[in-house]
Design a protein around this ligand. Structure first.
Ligand SMILES: *Cc1c(COP(=O)(O)O)cnc(C)c1O
Length: 386
């Protein structure tokens, strides 16, 4: 299916709602049954019928159909956050006594799920440097049930070989899942490499306007039904219909937005590449990136995230650099319209927190939809203090 078909038509049965172009926000908790036959049919399968909006809601359903098609999977569930989608995917596939192998630098709250939360329920994990498949193979145990990937991750962008990981896991009956937020479905479709579950923080590119927190879980019909009936319905971390309508609106421009971010990031990286105050750049398609060949094999583009280590001799100068940036906003998250930075120096000197693994001269940038020349002017004037 062409992406334009997915974004403009799929799931939108306009004859059911006055031929409206924009889908209605079906803001209801429950649905009426006209007779007992309808009642019985609905309770035979709550994922396919309308019973109660913790389960299925027509606005949310439109979003689910589009997202499943974007990732090339049979079905999809949406959650009230990316963290909720990650938790549902992992919890849905482990029991006490099981073991998870995870690439070593996942998103912080995924890390917390494995390190702090799951051990309370008897689920163990091993973090491995996933840039080498041998490390993953060596970490597998007879009780390993899940291989958790994030390729690329969102600070230093290490990749895993998706096809090789999927093949290795399939041999041993291990479920593979990946956080695909970095690439978005526009630049990488892990299901095509055999990965079982594709997760997104839809808060980032999918919604794309920094005004909704949302999570996405894509997979086979059987996997989605299993997680729907258990983790989604019991833990209840659902997306409301109003937020679903906002994400549907965000999706209309997804290809335009990620392509714009990608082009602007490449423009700025080229400028930074030639600047004497830049020591190193992290970007999967950058000529210095150790896994560039793998990244180019798996991904069609990178998007707006990249990281830079600056050449400077003092933390004070680094702090001045951060404060001189006016057009970049200092904030977590990414994938919206606005360009952002996370300076590692901000994590130094927080009372009660250990110093980060990354040096204080490191910054993660996200390039939004603004004029890239205007962003470069800002960077260039701030670089003068380093
Ligand atoms: C933001 C993020 C998450 C968590 O998503 P929320 O929507 O904030 O809960 C998970 N993974 C990655 C890579 C993220 O950037």
């Amino acid at each position: 299916m062409n992406i334009s078909d997915i974004l403009t038509h799929l799931g939108e049965d306009r004859e059911h709602y006055f031929q409206a172009v924009a889908p209605p926000v079906v803001q209801t908790s429950n649905f009426v049954f006209p007779d007992l036959a309808a009642f019985r049919a609905a309770f035979s399968d709550e994922l396919e019928h309308h019973v109660y909006s913790r389960g299925n809601n027509p606005t949310v359903e439109i979003l689910r159909k589009k997202l499943a098609a974007l990732e090339g999977t049979e079905d999809c569930l949406v959650f009230s956050s990316g963290a909720g989608a990650v938790a549902a995917a992992v919890l849905g596939n482990v029991s006490a006594g099981d073991h998870i192998v995870c690439q070593q630098a996942p998103y912080s709250w995924t890390n917390a799920l494995l390190r702090k939360f799951l051990p309370r329920y008897g689920v163990e994990h091993t973090f491995v440097d996933g840039t080498d498949l041998d490390n993953i193979r060596a970490a597998l145990r007879p009780n390993t049930r899940v291989l958790y990937l994030e390729s690329p991750n969102t600070m230093t962008f290490e990749c895993q070989d998706l096809a090789a990981c999927a093949a290795l896991a399939k041999e041993r009956g291990i479920v593979t899942m990946i956080d695909n937020s970095y690439s978005s479905p526009i630049f990488q479709n892990p299901a095509a490499f055999g990965i079982d579950i594709v997760l997104h923080s839809g808060t980032k590119y999918l919604n794309g306007h920094s005004d909704v927190v949302v999570g996405v879980l894509c997979g086979s019909k059987a996997m989605v039904k299993k997680i729907f009936e258990s983790e989604l319905m019991t833990l209840g971390g659902i997306l409301g219909p109003h937020d679903a309508a906002l994400v549907i609106r965000g999706l209309r421009t997804l290809p335009l937005r990620v392509q714009r971010s990608d082009a602007s990031a490449r423009f700025l990286i080229e400028k930074l590449d030639n600047h004497p105050k830049v020591a190193r750049i992290w970007y999967p398609f950058h000529r210095s990136f150790p896994q560039r060949e793998l990244a180019q094999r798996q991904m069609r583009g990178c998007g707006g995230l990249f990281s830079v280590q600056f050449n400077t001799d003092s933390m004070e100068k680094m702090e001045q650099f951060v404060h001189r940036l006016r057009r970049f906003l200092m904030a977590v998250s990414w994938g919206g319209h606005e360009s952002l930075l996370i300076p590692t120096v901000g994590f130094y000197g927080i009372p009660g927190k250990p110093e980060p693994a990354l040096p204080w001269s490191f910054c993660r940038f996200y390039i939004g939809l603004e004029d890239p020349e205007w962003l470069w002017e800002d960077l260039e004037q701030a670089l003068e203090v380093l």
